[in-house]
Design a protein around this ligand. Structure first.
Ligand code: NAD
Ligand code: DAU
Length: 334
């Protein structure tokens, strides 16, 4: 099978490529990636002889049309993915997440190619901290940020192209991923690399916000489950029952790195900061038989810490610039 992976030089897409080559050796993979600041082509260097990396933009109609014509399946990871960046400047989010998805949809429509759309639980907005409700496939869309609203819009484009044009698409909405090769602007790798660099971790607001953590390999295994067995036109939520508040995550990182668990700073909160995300993945588990493998978040976090400790060359060159950018908006509050 020939697979076109958009965003395959980013965090989840690159893990998808590496895991697919390891578990499905007969798959032929081509990556389409713009190589934005978020990409690190070094991640794919060990498999360079098995993967063709095309540097290009998903909004480039001619390029996308040619690549889609030559593939059997598109798995669309490419996006502008960081909420904080979307608050500073939403423009690239609108272009890549909405126009980029539209461009891919038109190409898969023309060439009748199977399409899987990677999306986020953030399209559903947030939940109260003291609520027991979780997101399901029927929860109403209610996104909060420029990032999540463009992802929500892209999901709706996919649904319309399925219904109006018969495009053979599935959608997955996953919770927060962690694992190797995640850009150090994101919460967990930022705090790990802060501690490894002698910098105090930074918690937004009161640190009580909850995220539903899933290991990136579990996410990608679920994506293949949906591609293999999902019903065309359907949406599946992906989550591993991993709810943890941000303060606990930081304290656990500090503890695992033999630091005092109170050696962190509270900083300015994110505007519009979603309080809690939580996924009910019953449908994926019961209808398609998927189950996560990483059931112990502390153990997964320890493995992730070990990966960043053992791969400084992957992240150290950008660390100072990432922290300098945060320093322009962030103030220590406690
Ligand atoms: P990332 O920012 O690490 O990687 C995104 C990749 O897309 C980068 O390699 C970048 O160069 C590429 N890209 C950006 N704009 C492009 C364009 N115009 N054309 C071609 N390539 C472009 O993101 P990630 O965390 O790996 O997320 C991947 C996907 O998964 C996104 O669609 C995101 O919304 C979704 N998602 C992420 C999470 C998470 O926790 N990170 C959870 C659920 C869903
Ligand atoms: O839920 C899925 C989403 O998870 C994906 O769609 C996004 O692409 C991905 O970036 C992620 O979004 P979040 O905004 O939840 O992730 P982030 O890593 O930016 O932040 C996680 C939590 O940690 C959030 O409550 C904000 C907080 N935070 C973040 C940073 C960077 C801090 O407290 N301190 C920090 O330094």
């Amino acid at each position: 099978m020939r697979v076109l992976v958009t965003g395959g030089a980013g965090f989840i897409g690159a893990n998808f490529v590496l895991r697919t080559l390891a578990t499905r050796p007969n798959t032929s993979i081509r990556v389409l990636d713009k190589l934005t600041y978020a990409a690190n082509p070094d991640t794919l260097a060990p498999v360079a002889d098995r993967v063709e990396l095309v540097e290009g933009d998903i909004t480039d109609t001619a390029l996308v049309d040619r690549l889609v014509a030559e593939t059997d399946l598109v798995v669309h990871f490419a996006a502008e993915s960081h909420n904080d960046n979307s608050l500073a400047d939403p423009s690239a989010f609108v272009t890549t997440n909405l126009v980029g998805t539209y461009t891919l949809l038109e190409a898969v429509r023309t060439h009748q190619v199977r399409y899987h759309h990677i999306s986020t639980d953030e399209v559903y907005g947030d939940l109260d901290l003291d609520d027991t409700a979780r997101f399901t496939e029927t929860t109403a869309y209610n996104p909060s940020s420029p990032y999540s609203s463009t992802k929500a819009g892209s999901d709706l484009l996919v649904r319309a192209w399925v219904r109006s044009f018969g495009v053979a698409a599935t959608i997955s909405n996953c919770s927060n991923n962690y694992g190797p090769y995640q850009h150090i602007e994101k919460f967990i790798p930022r705090q790990i690399t802060n501690v490894l660099s002698g910098v105090r971790p930074k918690l937004y607001g009161d640190g009580r916000n909850i995220r539903d953590w899933i290991h990136v390999d579990d996410h990608n295994d679920a994506v293949w489950t949906i591609i293999d067995r999902g019903r065309i036109g359907e949406t599946y939520l992906i989550g591993a029952d991993g709810e943890v508040d941000n303060r606990t995550v930081v304290e656990t990182i500090l503890e695992l790195l033999d630091q005092p668990t109170d050696a962190f700073d509270f900083v300015t909160d994110r505007p519009g900061h979603d309080r809690r995300y939580a996924i009910d993945s019953t449908r994926l588990r019961t209808e398609l038989g998927w189950t996560p493998s990483y059931l112990d978040f502390r153990a997964g976090l320890a493995a992730t810490i070990a990966w960043y400790r053992d791969h400084p060359a992957w992240w150290q060159p950008i660390k100072e610039a990432v922290e300098q950018k945060y320093a322009t908006t962030e103030r220590v509050t406690g």
